[in-house]
Design a protein around this ligand. Structure first.
Ligand code: EPS
Length: 367
């Protein structure tokens, strides 16, 4: 199977190119009876969209969802849900100079050597435009998880270049263009991004996502571990170079006596594991983190070759993000929600009849 689909009981297939007529997805396996309307996609699509602040690409897409199938009189029917978004603001001439060149650090070179043909306009299928449909599909997963199990999935930026949050407040996250949890630092980030954009360079970022209310038991050992499927889903997002679960790579420096999460009748005493043990949810918050590399499309000249192997200096014009990570929070939330919904359906299918075996303790000591 070609890898434009993911999931087992809830599958998502995306299609479309950045400068093609439309992008879309087919979501198969959603249970019937979930109320969904085109307007419900707007909030998350706007959170992800370009052109909402001066710190992202200035391409302006309407990102209006058309529901083509799978919904009747406002309710999912259990049949495949097809969603379509028409592209309206392509500017393909920005790419005419680099049609036969490979941008250093970009997927151009790898796509060319794999397929022997590529759509260079806006990066074609390798464009971050594709992530729009993940967010649209994620809206359905978030809603189903919240209604059916009370699960919430939310994220924030946790690093922008060398900048890290000094304080933390969830209520600040949606009030600035960076999904940044410390409002006091936002002016400094604005100044940093303005200078970076003027310099023509780009920078990396880190995003944290937390899923709360996930019941103990979701996740399938051994090849369908919740941790493995989250990592796979998050690594499939454009520009992602690393994923951590819980303490992640910090665990290498920890002792077992530090890392283990002690269990008391009142709840877990800590959450170094990130809410997953043995690939199965423990009932604690699921904590994941992902790192996105700096955008490779730069107007600063860089050495490369053309399709004939001749040396060239590549200069990218166009409307690129100086930090693609700034828009990644809703994408990461969507991928986490889609993995969790798939795992919830799989858990229900195999273990729906398993009786409670012992009291389930709260996810944390304070409940
Ligand atoms: C992108 C390059 C830019 C971004 C695009 C992602 O495309 P263009 O050059 O056509 O403006 O605008 O992002 C989106 C359109 C989007 O909706 O995310 C890239 O190379 O990944």
């Amino acid at each position: 199977m070609s890898a434009n689909s993911f999931g087992k009981l809830l599958t998502v297939t995306t299609f479309g190119e950045s400068h093609g007529p439309a992008i879309g997805c087919v979501i198969d396996g959603c249970p019937p009876g979930l109320a969904i309307s085109p307007e419900e996609f707007t909030l998350d699509l706007q959170r992800r969209a370009t052109g909402r602040s001066r710190h992202t690409s200035q391409r302006r897409e309407a990102d209006e969802v058309e529901i083509l199938s799978g919904v009747y009189e406002g309710l999912t029917t259990g049949t495949p849900i097809a969603l379509l978004i028409r592209n309206t603001d392509q500017r393909s001439k920005d790419y005419s100079n680099i049609t036969a060149q490979f941008r250093p650090g970009h997927a151009d070179y790898a796509y060319w050597h794999k397929y022997g043909i590529r759509d260079p306009r806006g990066g074609g299928r390798s464009s971050a435009r594709e992530t729009t449909m993940r967010v649209a599909a994620g809206v359905i997963a978030k809603k189903w998880l919240a209604q059916r199990y009370g699960v919430t999935v939310r994220g924030h930026l946790s690093q922008l270049g060398e900048h890290r949050p000094a304080g933390f407040d969830w209520s600040a996250v949606e009030d600035n263009p960076f999904f940044w949890p410390d409002a006091a630092q936002v002016p400094a980030l604005e100044a940093y991004m303005d200078a970076l954009r003027k310099s023509g360079d780009s920078v990396g970022a880190r995003v944290d996502v937390v899923a709360e209310g996930v019941p103990a038991g979701w996740g399938e050992p051994v090849y369908g571990k919740l941790s493995a499927e989250l990592a796979s889903a998050l690594m499939s997002i454009n520009a992602v170079k690393g994923v951590e679960i819980g303490d992640g790579f910090e665990s290498a420096a920890q002792l077992g006596s530090e890392h283990r999460d002690l269990i008391t009748p009142a709840g877990f005493a800590s959450n170094h594991a990130g809410g997953i043990l043995g690939g199965i949810a423990t009932g604690q918050p699921i904590r994941v983190s992902l790192v996105l590399k700096p955008t490779s499309s730069l107007r600063l000249p860089g050495d490369s070759v053309d399709v004939d192997g001749n040396p060239v200096q590549v200069v990218t014009t166009g409307r690129h993000d100086p930090c693609v990570g700034i828009r990644a929070t809703p994408i990461a939330e969507a991928m986490v929600a889609l993995v969790l919904m798939d795992q919830a359906l799989r858990h229900r299918a195999q273990c729906g009849d398993v009786a409670a075996v012992s009291p389930q303790i709260p996810g944390s000591i304070d409940g």
